[in-house]
Write a protein that binds this ligand. Structure first.
Ligand code: 5GP
Length: 191
């Protein structure tokens, strides 16, 4: 998606060890116009795919996921990274190792919000090693629901996440696919 690629080149800061900082429009301050255009693009790409729910993980997935849910007219659910005291034991969980924080966390979704009739589009801000996406697939499948697609804002294609998801036959729609991430040079893959 050209608009997103341009924004990444304009605003993105490449930190060491393959990490991209995009705090001006996605991970801290959020650009609602861009989020809306991204949701429109995902929906266009996913034409004909059954969708009854959008599922993401807090916190940076929430903004794009909510835009997509609004377009589809369905509910959005975000997995919590810390179990809230308001949640009872009726939950699905999965352990996810965080690429940026370098710690393992248990993600949690209340059983109330997923059913075996659901066709879910998963949304996340980044795809790196695929841990977050696979953890989300796990909780959705524990509910007997199906994963219709995985919608990613920024895929770092030089890391193994995409290949892991392809190997498991998940449909992945990444709006920007980064092949090369260097301080002064970012290159994208175009299909
Ligand atoms: P994965 O689970 O695929 O290894 O990593 C995905 C998660 O790590 C995303 O939810 C995102 O929060 C974080 N992440 C991975 N790579 C980056 C990056 O380059 N920049 C930022 N800001 N977050 C990242």
């Amino acid at each position: 998606m050209r608009l997103l690629e341009e924004r990444i080149v304009q605003d993105g800061l490449v930190l060491g060890s393959g990490v991209l900082k995009v705090d001006t429009f996605l991970n801290h301050q959020v650009d609602p116009q861009l989020m809306e255009q991204m949701a429109i693009e995902w929906k266009k790409r996913l034409e004909g795919v059954p969708v009854t729910k959008i599922v993401t993980i807090e916190s940076s997935g929430i903004a794009p996921a909510l835009m997509l849910a609004k377009l589809y007219g369905v509910e959005m659910v975000f997995a919590r990274k810390q179990k809230s005291i308001t949640m009872d034991d009726s939950v699905y969980t999965a352990d996810v190792y965080s690429f940026t924080k370098q710690v393992s966390r248990t993600i949690t979704i209340s059983k109330q919000f997923l059913s075996s009739d659901d066709h879910v589009v998963l949304v996340d801000d980044f795809l790196a090693n695929g841990e977050a996406a696979l953890g989300l697939c796990d909780v959705v499948e524990q509910a007997g629901a199906s994963v219709s697609a995985i919608a990613i804002v920024i895929e770092k294609s030089f890391q193994p996440g995409r290949e892991k998801l392809d190997d498991r036959n998940y449909r992945v729609e990444s709006l920007a696919r980064i092949d090369t991430l260097e301080m002064d040079h970012i290159e994208f893959i175009h299909e």
